[in-house]
Design a protein around this ligand. Structure first.
Ligand code: HEC
Length: 161
């Protein structure tokens, strides 16, 4: 093999490595990014969820089950500003920032507690919070898959489930 050929072979090998690396990198990042988009759609109700008021046999109309109706349009970082101006004791649905969910906070008279992805999903399904306090009935109970729970969690907290 002539030296020139060897150089171009090495070049091709390097290029292949770069492409493989880029594919690997984008593949790794596509997961959470896609889940975040799905979470945003679930949050806004563009993707519908099935929910009930505790004790009711009939499912709520999907429009009434949208998180955004009660918790507000913003989420994540953009919500922090409006959360700051809201009275946490007024009984309304809280603005769900990453901080509100992740930091130890006394909720509904219980001891300080924080959410992780599993506790978040339990709350959505059963209405029981991380301190084992039952939420009032005006927060609906959701028939939600693990994947949809995780997508909402990623959308709200920016953290992997
Ligand atoms: C019909 C109104 C309504 C809808 C729709 C609704 N929520 Fe709520 N949610 C509430 C209320 C009210 C509370 C607060 C109850 C309390 O603390 O007294 C609450 C509480 C919560 C909490 C607990 C926060 C904490 O600090 O413990 C989480 C998490 C939550 N909601 C997530 C969601 C998600 C995710 C959706 C959509 C899948 C949703 N909610 C839809 C009314 C609603």
């Amino acid at each position: 093999m002539r030296p020139r050929q060897r150089v171009s072979l090495a070049g091709a090998g390097l290029a292949a490595l770069v492409v493989a690396g880029a594919l690997f990198w984008s593949g790794e990042r596509a997961g959470p990014a896609q889940a975040g988009l799905q979470g945003a759609a679930l949050w806004r109700g563009t993707l519908p969820l099935t929910a009930r008021i505790a004790g009711h046999a009939h499912a709520l109309p999907p429009v009434a089950a949208r998180c955004i109706n009660c918790h507000g349009g913003e989420s994540g970082a953009s919500a922090s500003a409006s959360a700051a101006g809201r009275d946490p004791l007024d009984g309304a649905a809280p603005v769900l920032t990453a901080r509100h969910l992740r930091e130890p906070t006394a909720r509904r008279g219980g001891p300080p507690s924080r959410y992780d992805a599993a506790a978040f999903c339990t709350l959505l399904r059963t209405g029981v919070d991380p301190a084992s306090v039952l939420l009032p009935r005006h927060m609906p109970r959701y028939e939600i898959t693990a994947a949809d729970c995780d997508a909402l969690w990623i959308h709200l907290t920016g953290m992997p489930a």
